[in-house]
Design a protein around this ligand. Structure first.
Ligand code: SAM
Ligand code: SF4
Length: 475
């Protein structure tokens, strides 16, 4: 059947646009952050209850340094309670930067004639993925511009190709996608290729600001983008990621809108987004923006902590757009996934001679150039458990059936042991001697903290099997 937007666009109540700017501004303008109220809200969040818009608005309006500090500490505690000390690692792989849109903040936009356009061919994808596997990556997010060449069939083809590429003990076990919104059939095609999460960022949820930054191309259609993940759900793709590009509009409005979007998905489909991303604008080739809404480091840390408190059960992704110091800080307050060893230039993972950044070949500038190994080192040093786990997704534990948070003790029973098993694989296959020494010590320390949720001897026995050469063990 041929796609007909008029049929698919608003098939029922669920796909109606769910952002009302007046309502959101109403909350921001009328929520007063008294000490008692802010503390009550933090306590509610620590009880693992989702915050509503009024409560989120009260937190975004908080400026008293003492209370802001309580918000940060609350987020840190909640994160430890909900996620433990795991940090999931991944890398982005840009497949193609052709684009028919004109987003004013993006180096790939159609009118940027300086951008060097490229779409990786199959052989180039193989080389890139082999290079990523040689570094120890197990989870990738494939990224595409919006262009007729990047059809659902093309995306599905690249996903299947990536899953089939194995070198040594290397393999990619989870492929996520960041690409343009699709229609329902398109989402179905991509889902069938076996993807994990499909991410679409709304950039800004404010319709007028959105219109200003998207002067032409398909992306100009705010509602088509806003309802994209509803269409994904209709297609049976229940593992979705939302995001806002901070710096386009008042950050408080977009924080509330992310919470609203989360509520909408939960209310309509019984499953919230798997992840929230909160990129900040970074320098790009030929940016066409003012800095009116750029978010300061201080506000950025605060907004991450508020999101953590507002949606305790949603994964939060922080990328190498941010500099090392900010990554170190923000990781404490709520982030559960980071990228490592990131390169944005198309074809650059396998091109070892070219290590410099060139803005005409990249979507934007990254500010953390460290290798995956350096990131793993730092996490271990700071008592975080690096994880390459992909078990839930492969066992079908996703979406409505996603038990990570609904089953008591699930994290200690499954997630933490799986983090340890995948870290052990990484250490054996790719670790430096010193990394191995420190990493296995950290694993043993974490085994001792399982408190009976998982059989410690069984975890040790599987670690020994990995050392002996077995791979891909999980609970
Ligand atoms: N082309 C697709 C789209 O726009 O949805 C998907 C990929 S786009 C390459 C991924 C994300 O990068 C965008 O959704 C946007 O949030 C972010 N981005 C674009 N320009 C950026 C910049 N200058 N700094 C930081 N992030 C940027
Ligand atoms: Fe194209 Fe995406 Fe960049 Fe917009 S953000 S110009 S759609 S690649």
């Amino acid at each position: 059947m041929k796609f007909n937007p008029e049929v698919y666009r608003i098939p029922d109540e669920r796909m109606k646009p769910f952002i009302d700017p007046e309502e959101i501004w109403g909350y921001i303008n009328n929520s007063i952050p008294t000490k008692e109220r802010v503390r009550e809200i933090i306590a509610k969040a620590l009880d693992k209850q989702r915050l509503n818009l009024e409560e989120t608005a009260t937190l975004v309006n908080t400026t008293d340094p003492e209370l802001v500090n309580e918000i940060l500490q609350g987020a840190r505690t909640l994160k430890e309670r909900v996620y433990g000390n795991r940090i999931v690692l991944f890398a982005p792989l840009y497949i193609g930067n052709k684009c028919t849109n004109n987003c004013k903040y993006c180096g790939f936009r159609a009118s940027n004639k300086d951008a060097v356009r490229k779409t990786l061919g199959d052989e180039e994808i193989v080389k890139e993925v082999e290079a990523l596997e040689d570094n120890g990556q197990k989870r990738l997010i494939l990224v595409y511009g919006e262009h007729q060449n990047y059809s659902p069939e093309f995306i599905a083809h690249t996903v299947k190709l990536v899953y089939g590429i194995k070198r040594g003990n290397g393999e990619i076990r989870r492929v996520n996608i960041n690409a343009a919104p699709l229609d329902i059939d398109g989402f179905r095609t991509v889902k069938e290729s076996g993807i994990g999460t499909y991410q679409v960022f709304q950039e800004t949820y404010h319709p007028e600001a959105y219109a200003n930054y998207h002067p032409s191309g398909k992306k100009r259609d705010y509602e088509w983008r806003l309802t994209s993940l509803d269409r994904a759900q209709e297609a049976g793709l229940d593992d979705v990621g939302i995001g806002a590009l901070f710096g386009l509009y008042d950050w408080r409005f977009d924080v509330l809108s992310l919470v609203r979007h989360t509520n909408h998905l939960e209310a309509c489909y019984n499953v919230g987004p798997h992840t929230i991303s909160f990129p900040r604008i970074k320098s790009a080739s030929g940016l066409d923006l003012t800095d009116q809404y750029f978010v300061s480091d201080e506000d950025f840390v605060k907004l991450v902590a508020i999101l953590r408190l507002a949606v305790p059960y949603t994964g939060m992704i922080l990328t190498a757009r941010e500099p090392i110091a900010i990554r170190r800080e923000v990781i404490q307050f709520g982030v559960s996934q980071i990228d490592g060893g990131t390169k944005l230039e198309l074809g650059s993972y396998s091109d070892t001679k070219n290590d410099s950044q060139n803005l005409n070949r990249e979507q934007f500038q990254i500010n953390d150039n460290r290798s995956l190994s350096e990131i793993v080192d730092e996490l271990i040093e700071n008592d975080y458990l690096p994880s390459f786990c992909t078990a839930c997704y492969r066992l079908g534990r996703t979406g409505e059936h996603f038990m990570e948070f609904s089953v008591p003790g699930f994290i200690k029973r499954f997630c933490s042991p799986n983090a340890m098993l995948t870290l052990a694989e990484y250490l054996v296959d790719y670790g430096t001697p010193i990394q191995k020494e420190k990493g296995f010590k950290l694993i043993e320390k974490n085994i001792q903290q399982l408190n009976g949720h998982q059989n410690a001897d069984e975890v040790r026995s599987r670690i020994n099997k990995i050392i002996a050469g077995e791979r891909d063990l999980y609970f």
